[in-house]
Design a protein around this ligand. Structure first.
Ligand code: A2P
Length: 264
């Protein structure tokens, strides 16, 4: 007995296997996955630590694909965040708490069939898309899959090497990603190749021009959005203006949204 009170049946524990610090504000980690945990790529789980003896949990998108043996998560570090100020110093061998019930709306099944899939993210909103682009069942539904990652600075482009090269060269995934997956990182406060907010890049045609693809239209394009509340609201308004309708777990549509994890 370690003297800790037992967890409620809705929660379980997992062991940290690896931790990667991208910047002083961003890190990711992998942990064990119970064989009984079933989820769809793009979903999130409650995740946290015991604080003062009690579970302190936040919703975290799963960054690993449904077929992978380990779970992966991508997180911000907030010095004053009740959870992330502690979670950021987690090490392999230590344990975290996980919910048992995955949920979320960023599911390929919540979208009507389409030609191209746009996965638009800012910050840690990239996490669910890391899961989706590793899922052949998702990739195969579309001719082209575009991942955009908007960050303040170039140094914030976590997973850049993997998305620009690794996933295309991967022995298993290459067959599904080559010629289909496009990755477009864009910073707002550094002079990167593509610069500006995603909203501006869509409005001024920069996104279409950089990709060499037509402007976003509900006739052929499907969109998933994950970022800050303001980014979600702005993009939703832009898409609705273009005739896109929002999908849900009940009724599929042209686009779906989810708020990225952020701790204040
Ligand atoms: P900006 O630098 O112009 O604020 P954050 O680090 O604050 O979560 O922001 C991540 C990225 O999202 C930044 O590049 C930021 O641009 C951008 N962003 C913030 N608000 C919006 C919005 N309403 N629409 C689109 N992008 C946004």
């Amino acid at each position: 007995m370690d003297g800790l009170s037992p967890l409620p049946p809705s929660l379980t524990e997992a062991e940290i296997l690896g931790v990667h610090h991208w910047t002083d504000r961003l890190f990711s980690f992998t942990c064990t996955r119970e064989p009984s945990l079933r989820f769809d790529s793009g979903q999130f789980l409650m995740l946290g630590l015991r604080v003062g003896g009690k579970p302190l949990l936040r919703a975290y998108s799963i960054a690993s694909a449904a077929w992978e043996e380990q779970l992966e998560f991508f997180s911000i570090k907030m010095p004053d965040g009740p959870l992330t100020s502690r979670l950021q110093s987690i090490r392999p061998g230590e344990r975290i708490i996980l919910g048992r019930k995955p949920t979320g709306t960023l599911l390929a099944g919540n979208l009507l069939p389409g030609r191209r899939l746009y996965l638009l993210s800012t910050g840690t909103g990239l996490a669910p898309f890391l899961s989706l682009v590793k899922d052949p069942a998702v990739l195969e539904r579309f001719e082209t899959v575009v991942v955009t990652h908007g960050c303040r600075h170039e140094g914030d482009f976590a997973y850049r090497d993997w998305l620009s090269r690794g996933i295309l060269e991967d022995e298993f995934l290459g067959e599904f990603t080559q010629g289909r997956l496009r990755y477009l990182p864009h910073a707002t406060r550094d002079d990167t190749r593509v610069r500006g907010r995603i909203t501006d890049l869509i409005r001024d045609g920069g996104l279409a021009a950089h990709l060499g693809l037509p402007d976003l239209s509900p006739a052929e394009d499907r969109v998933m959005i994950c970022g800050s509340e303001a980014m979600l609201a702005d993009l939703k308004a832009m898409l609705e203006m273009r005739g896109f309708t929002e999908g849900s777990n009940a009724v599929p549509g042209h686009y779906v949204v989810e708020k990225a994890f952020a701790e204040r």
